[in-house]
Design a protein around this ligand. Structure first.
Ligand code: NAD
Length: 499
């Protein structure tokens, strides 16, 4: 049993609110730790200390801030195994998945090493007679980062790295489900040379989040989590005059055209649908084969692959495909939705509703499920299930398939599998979704591009990482300066005539 408090000015602090939450081991269903839930006063204190420390950090030249990022990359690599183990223990994902989580975060820190390049501004020489004009990007002050449970290394690193590189101080509010890794990341930043007070971690729930949203010293809020909370945070932050980028849920479709390589499509669907127990905002949860013949061929290929999946704790060896879901409530909700799919008339082709893992009967394991003949009015189609459940919706034409993805309220990721260049190009051009894969099932952009969805998957107008992050975490100041070449005669100044 361990206890996690807060991390303020480089010092671990026990919680003072008297409120704590259990940290569960999702593989066993046992409580393994306690995390403090911060009060408004504790959050305000961390913000005040960050606000006091921030000006010196902002005044440091960007190359030196970049060196902190460089040291951080080294430390993340050094501690990769330790971080992955702590991550799997609280989240439940397999060790290779946990390492991927750290790695994708690390790549954004690597991108931030070049912050000086991103922050160097613009200059117009001779915008008028004797007039020059230049724009500079300046830090905001203190920013807040509110993270979900499903990527406890990657998302905090995406949120925190660019803001720090821009000269801001950050208050990080990790998910209360898996707070250990964000705490370890904060310690590593300090070891990398980040001054005390520039990255504070406050653990907590709604009270801590609301305190961040209401505090006048917080200039910008980055949020990643479910859509209802994203919408709430966006409204409250912007009503309090803060800039906000809030990323929400998803229901990612993969369209399978009749000419697709069906083995490749089936492998892709199994990896993207069931990896990390489906707890990824870029998971594919809807397969849309075009034509009944394509659908029959696809289902035939999917069933044996899905039946072979090995569901076990992360300690179960190298061949574990995925682990438990995060909480008992998540498991219950997934099973409830599966039952609703059956009740509403979908074909449950792979049914593991009574799945139990021997020796881990109290763990939150959910076996893999495959639905066929799902229709767009069913709850399993409309709702983000966030579990190991793949729904197949049969379309009779390409137009029907693309229309389905376009009509869905979420627009995070989407994919098409085809051998036809025209179709792929048309799809990429017309689809109203933020991240598109062509024969790629999880099209997560690399650090130097930006990550973000459309429609109800994101609120705010700039994406995570890539150049957008440097815009979001700075404000632009444009200076118009006039240094006229002139002549002074008898104490009088005259402009020199300029032809
Ligand atoms: P969540 O919305 O429950 O929680 C996210 C954060 O919000 C946590 O830090 C939590 O403490 C806080 N929170 C929860 N309820 C709150 C409330 N009422 N008021 C204020 N704060 C509150 O999300 P989750 O279950 O941790 O994460 C899974 C969700 O995140 C899924 O919907 C997934 O699609 C989404 N997600 C989206 C992206 C993306 O980039 N679009 C990436 C990862 C995860």
């Amino acid at each position: 049993m361990y206890e996690i408090g807060h991390y303020v000015n480089g010092v671990h602090q026990p919680g003072a609110s008297g409120r704590v939450a259990d940290i569960m081991n999702p593989a066993t269903g046992e409580v393994q730790g306690k995390v403090a839930l911060a009060s408004t006063a504790e959050v305000d204190d961390a913000i005040a200390k960050a606000a006091a420390a921030q000006p010196a950090w902002a005044a440091m030249n960007p190359q030196r801030r970049g060196r902190v990022m460089m040291a951080m990359v080294h430390l993340l690599n050094r501690d990769m195994d330790k971080l992955a183990e702590a991550l799997s223990r609280e989240h439940g994902k397999t060790l290779p998945d946990a390492k991927g989580d750290v790695q994708r975060g690390l790549e954004v820190i690597e991108y931030c090493i070049g912050a000086a390049e991103m922050l160097k501004g613009e200059y117009t020489d001779a915008a008028g007679p004797g007039i020059d004009m230049y724009s500079m990007r300046q830090s905001l002050g203190v920013t807040a980062a509110i993270a979900p449970f499903n990527f406890p290394a990657m998302i905090p690193l995406w949120q925190v790295g660019p803001s720090l590189a821009c000269g801001n101080a950050v208050i990080m509010k990790p998910s209360e489900r898996d707070p250990s890794v964000p705490m370890m990341l904060a310690e590593l930043f300090l070891e990398a040379g980040l001054p005390e007070g520039i990255l504070q971690v406050v653990n907590g729930d709604k009270e801590a989040v609301d305190a961040l949203l209401d505090n006048e010293d917080i200039q910008a809020v980055g949020f990643v989590g479910s859509t209802p909370i994203a919408r709430y945070i966006y409204s409250r932050a912007t009503a309090n005059d803060k800039r906000a980028q809030c990323f929400g849920g998803a229901k990612n479709h993969m369209i399978v055209m009749p000419d697709a390589d069906m083995d490749q499509a089936a492998d892709a669907l199994v990896g993207a649908g069931f990896g990390a127990a489906g707890e990824r905002c870029m998971a594919i949860s809807v397969a849309v084969p075009v034509g009944d013949e394509t659908a029959d061929r696809l289902i035939e290929k999917l069933v044996p692959r899905i039946e072979k999946l090995r569901v076990a704790p992360y300690t179960g060896g190298n061949d574990v495909d995925y682990g438990p879901v995060v909480t008992a409530a998540a498991k219950e909700n997934i099973l409830r939705l599966i039952n609703s799919g059956v009740d509403q008339g979908a074909d449950l082709v792979v049914d593991n509703r009574d799945f139990k893992l021997q020796g881990y009967e109290d763990g939150y394991f959910v076996g893999p499920h495959l639905f066929d003949k799902v229709t767009t009015d069913m709850d399993i189609y409309k709702t983000e299930i966030f579990g190991p459940v793949l729904s197949t919706v049969r379309a009779q034409s390409y137009e029907e398939a693309i229309g389905m993805a376009m009509d869905h309220e979420y627009g995070n990721g989407v994919a098409i599998f085809t051998r036809d260049g025209d179709t792929a190009r048309d799809f990429a051009s017309r689809i109203n979704v933020g991240m598109v894969g062509i024969n790629v099932p999880i099209p997560v952009p690399l650090a130097y591009h930006t990550f973000g969805g459309w429609k109800k998957s994101a609120f705010g107008d700039l994406n995570q990482h890539g150049p957008d992050a440097f815009k979001f975490f700075t404000r632009t100041k444009t200076v118009t300066s006039r240094w006229p070449s002139g002549i002074r005669e008898g104490g009088e100044f005259h402009f020199k005539a300029i032809d």
